[in-house]
Design a protein around this ligand. Structure first.
Ligand code: NDP
Ligand code: 8X3
Length: 253
């Protein structure tokens, strides 16, 4: 049966791949992002197999999120699956050197935006006693690395918020999953390095990083499980990446 799936951050990377995978299954899609022209291009490609509704939305804008969800057309209103994917890292500086605006943007997008979208859609899911919230976390939420400071902390929020939602939703049929990927090649690093495409390419060079399709595959896996089953958390990395122990800084003398 065709489901209604809302994907945040569908204009690029994971969100775009996730949209393609659901469209191939014939599900109805609400695609959201700020760059509407990219969404329009994607709709032109996908509407041969799926019904698509576009929303130009900045998830940081609490009122806009509430308004957009409240004014969904009737045939898209009963959202079955929310993919909270919109997010970003900005910078890789040590905490004492970062631009505070970057910290604000990451918190506003990765934590507050994700919470706004969830809060807007949950009441309908609970009322229908059906639904699935899939939150895109990160291995940066579990493993510290230099320069991850607030980005990693926002993704720890995503993992704990997901677990806490499960507690609140106990007794309903609404499911919650956190998918925490490691290194995957998308526009993520171009954004992190403020459009320095060369630095972004160097970050992925020779790594056989995961692809957006790998993450989309995990999203399809968790959402295709039978209704009695909840996948709580998936952590995934390329084989070339691992947490390799604690680092020791040794003084010169
Ligand atoms: P991309 O930069 O390719 O995509 C990010 C998406 O988020 C874009 O569609 C962008 O759309 C959207 N977005 C960013 N800010 C906002 C906003 N304020 N409002 C609405 N949409 C927004 O990166 P990825 O696909 O790699 O990242 C997707 C998610 O996966 C993020 O949450 C990221 O933290 C997470 N992640 C990424 C990993 C990686 O290695 N790539 C690993 C682990 C997690 P637009 O700019 O048009 O608004
Ligand atoms: C992005 C993965 O390892 O670049 O969330 O922090 S990593």
């Amino acid at each position: 049966m065709s489901r209604i799936v809302l994907v945040t951050g569908a204009s690029s990377g994971f969100g775009e791949a996730i949209a393609r995978h659901f469209a191939a299954k014939g599900d109805r899609l609400i695609l959201t992002a700020r760059r509407i022209e990219r969404l329009e291009k994607l709709r032109a490609e996908l509407e041969v197999s799926a019904k698509i509704h576009l929303l130009q939305l900045d998830v940081q804008d609490r009122a806009a999120v509430a308004k957009a969800i409240a004014s969904l057309p009737a045939d898209f209103a009963e959202v079955d699956i929310l993919i909270n994917n919109a997010g970003l890292a900005l910078g890789l500086e040590a905490a004492h050197r970062v631009d505070l605006d970057d910290w604000d943007t990451m918190i506003d997008t990765n934590c507050k935006g994700l919470a706004y979208c969830t809060r807007a859609l949950l009441p309908g899911m609970v009322e229908r006693n059906r639904g699935h919230v899939v939150n895109i976390g990160s291995t940066a939420g579990s493993y510290a690395y230099p320069g991850a400071n607030v980005y990693g902390a926002t993704k720890a929020f995503v993992a704990q918020f997901s677990a806490n939602l499960r507690s609140d939703l106990l007794g309903t049929q609404v499911r919650v999953t956190c998918i925490a990927p490691g290194m995957a090649e998308t526009e993520f690093s171009v954004v992190r390095f403020k459009q320095d495409a060369e630095r972004a390419a160097a970050f992925y060079a020779g790594s056989d990083a995961m692809t957006a399709d790998d993450i989309a595959g995990a999203v399809i896996y968790v959402t295709d499980q039978p209704a009695h089953l909840n996948i709580n958390h998936i952590e995934m990395m390329p084989v070339s990446q691992a947490s390799a122990g604690l680092t020791v800084h040794r003084r010169d003398s």
